[in-house]
Every structure is written in C-alpha cells, then in structure tokens.
Design a protein around this ligand. Structure first.
Ligand SMILES: Cc1cc2nc3c(=O)[nH]c(=O)nc-3n(C[C@H](O)[C@H](O)[C@H](O)COP(=O)(O)O)c2cc1C
Length: 170
C-alpha cells in the first residue's frame, strides 16, 4: 500500500474570525492538518507556501486574492514535491478564499498526475463551506477519486477534532 500525504495551505496572521479581524498564531487549516497527522502518524505533510506570500493585512490579502482569482494566477510555490508517486491517499486542505481554495493549491495540483489517487478534501471557512472548491478540484485532478470532504468552521477548528477523527475512518 502506498503512503498518505497531507497537503495543505494555511495562513497565520490576520484573518476573519466570526466577523472580527484577529491575528492567528497558527492558521485554522494548519490546526486541522496537525490533527490529521496526529491520527495518521505515518502520513507525510506538505505545507503549500507561496514564494511570494500573500499580504499580511486581511483587507490587502482579500483584495489580492480577488485579483489573482480573476487572473487565474498560479503563484509559484516553495520547495514543491518532485512527485506524488509514492502516495495513494492525499488529504488536501485549505481555507475557503472567495469560494474556492487559494490559487497556490491549484499550482500544487496542476503539477501532478492524479490518475488512481484518492483525495480526501477538507476546508476551513467562515460560512461558505466548500463553495465551488470540490467542483474546481474535480476538474483539475482528472482520474482521482474524490471522497466526501470535511467542511470545518475555521473559528471552531479545535472543536472539530472529534469529527476529523471520524471522517478519517470513513
Ligand atoms: C482572502 C480571504 C478570503 C476569504 N474568503 C472567504 C469566503 O469567501 N468564504 C468564507 O466562508 N470564508 C472566507 N475567508 C475566511 C477563511 O476561509 C477562514 O478564516 C479560514 O479558516 C482561514 O484558514 P487559515 O487560517 O488556515 O488560513 C476568507 C479569508 C481570507 C483571508
């Protein structure tokens, strides 16, 4: 059996938490990814990070994300994995950024052949759940089996640990 990969995007710093702008020391999706790792200790982790990070300020970040989405930007990512051949299950996570995953997640996805891979998607959000993220990854990851995803209210991520445990077993 192949190995499991937990690939995720997450941004610490200013974020929208229940309508307020709050500085997070660890991003919500990273908290969720760490729980997955706790339950699957053999899994490898890959944090998807942009070479040129998004702005620290929430408002500036939001504006930049809107522009990047319209331009279908594929920001360069740091230390990309050469291949995902050794993995058969990939937990794929990120925040909902204006209705889909951050563009860097698509930079990551477009590097590999997804034929025969199983993807377990998870997302953290402030109300929009997956938005169109599942549709978008289905188009991008041709040939992958996309299992039922887990949608996590970002502000409550720590309360979701038990649901994450159950979802992993599905
Ligand atoms: C640029 C930006 C856009 C966002 N857009 C949405 C959105 O459209 N819908 C939503 O429910 N939450 C949205 N959020 C909230 C995040 O999805 C949520 O806070 C998430 O848990 C952040 O994850 P992270 O801490 O792992 O980066 C947005 C946050 C940012 C910074």
């Amino acid at each position: 059996m192949g190995k499991t990969l937990i690939a995720f995007f997450s941004k610490a710093g200013e974020n929208n938490v229940n309508g307020d702008i709050v500085k997070l020391s660890v991003g919500n999706t990273e908290v969720a990814a760490n729980y997955i790792k706790e339950f699957i200790p053999d899994a490898d982790m890959f944090k998807i990070e942009q070479v040129e990070p998004l702005p620290e300020s929430y408002m500036d970040c939001f504006a930049k994300v809107k522009v990047d989405q319209s331009a279908k930007l594929r920001p360069e990512i740091r230390n990309p994995l050469e291949s995902i051949d050794e993995y058969d299950t990939i937990y794929l996570g990120g925040p909902n950024y204006v209705e889909t995953y951050p563009m860097a997640v698509f930079t990551f996805l477009e590097k590999y052949n997804w034929q025969g891979k199983t993807i377990k998607p998870f997302i953290t959000h402030e109300g929009s759940s997956f938005g169109r993220a599942i549709e978008d990854i289905t188009k991008t990851c041709e040939g992958a089996l996309i299992k039922e995803g887990l949608s996590i209210h970002g502000a409550d991520v720590r309360g979701f640990k038990i649901y994450i445990k159950r979802w992993i077993k599905q």
